[in-house]
Design a protein around this ligand. Structure first.
Ligand code: NAP
Length: 260
């Protein structure tokens, strides 16, 4: 093994859901700049196409709009990729949503919306992309699935985002379950549990001085996550360096949940 290529993802074909914004766009850029070809998806076509154009300065980035919270949407997206690729090396299940409401009035609509995109979509995206992933992976060089969880799936955030926390705990457990199940098929399944990164989802919090001051006080590193933090962890999980690792969740939070 050549140790200088441990983190090499060049020539890989990757799919990143929710690649039009935030963390998904950061990981897509990291993969592109390191020589991967990246397909991105999201529902809002205009923003998605604009992001694909922006990311194209770093490499080959192709966008297809899809609603990943519905099985029909996932199937249609997977069919579009299968028309162009005989295999895919990397599937990053990143698309996600949140809903904040008091316990007494938390609506069924909010619960279903969050569960459908944060957890149901991960299971069915894995199901529908599995033939393409199996076609790419071997036990020596496995294909990769990276699920985006959250530190709020590990510890109680204290916020009234009940469905979000439950869905993200589910992501961590599903990752462990499928990691063991798919290893013999040459597919690794791992997750990242991010702490606070600037994105559309965290816009209100990050743009409020008081909230940012509060959040930074909780993070031992004293700063929010940067694109290179999430891209670096994603590249590790997609590269030869992590070939023997599966079923695991990496916490990436500047030390936030390690504090008492
Ligand atoms: N930012 C953080 O601090 C943080 C921390 C922990 C975990 N996370 C997780 O990181 C992931 C990305 O979040 P973010 O913070 O980057 O948020 P974001 O900027 O709001 O991005 C969310 C992405 O998901 C897409 N999406 C949402 N619903 C979709 C659907 N039904 N079908 C297809 N795509 C859909 C959005 O595009 P459309 O709206 O156009 O569909 C967008 O591209 C989420 O899973 C989130 O829970 C974020």
């Amino acid at each position: 093994m050549d140790m200088t290529s441990l983190f090499d993802v060049s020539g890989k074909v990757a799919v990143v859901s929710g690649g039009s914004s935030g963390i998904g766009a950061m990981m897509a850029r990291g993969l592109l700049e390191n020589g991967a070809k990246v397909y991105i998806t999201a529902r809002k076509a205009e923003r998605l196409m604009a992001m694909a154009e922006e990311l194209s300065q770093y490499g080959e980035c192709i966008a297809f709009p899809a609603d990943m919270s519905r099985v029909e949407g996932i199937e249609a997206f997977a069919a579009q990729i299968a028309e162009r690729e005989s295999k895919i090396d990397i599937l990053i299940n990143n698309a996600g949503a949140n809903w904040n409401a008091p316990l007494e009035s938390f609506p069924e609509k909010g619960w279903d919306k969050v569960m459908d995109i944060n957890i149901k979509s991960i299971f069915f995206a894995i199901q529908k992309f599995l033939p393409l992933l199996k076609a790419a992976g071997t036990s020596e060089a496995p294909a990769r699935i990276v699920n985006i969880a959250s530190i709020n799936g590990i510890r109680n955030s204290g916020m009234t985002t009940y469905a979000y926390s439950a869905s993200k705990s589910g992501v961590i457990h599903l990752t462990e379950h499928l990691g063991a199940e798919l290893a013999p098929s040459g597919v690794n399944v791992n997750a990242i549990a991010p702490g606070l990164f600037p994105s559309n989802m965290t816009k209100e919090l990050v743009e409020s001085d008081a909230m940012t001051k509060w959040a930074l006080g909780q993070i031992p590193h004293g700063r929010l996550g940067k694109p290179e933090d999430i891209a670096g962890t994603a590249i590790y999980l997609c590269s030869p360096a992590s070939s023997w690792m599966t079923g695991q969740t990496i916490v990436l939070d500047g030390g936030m949940i390690s504090t008492a």
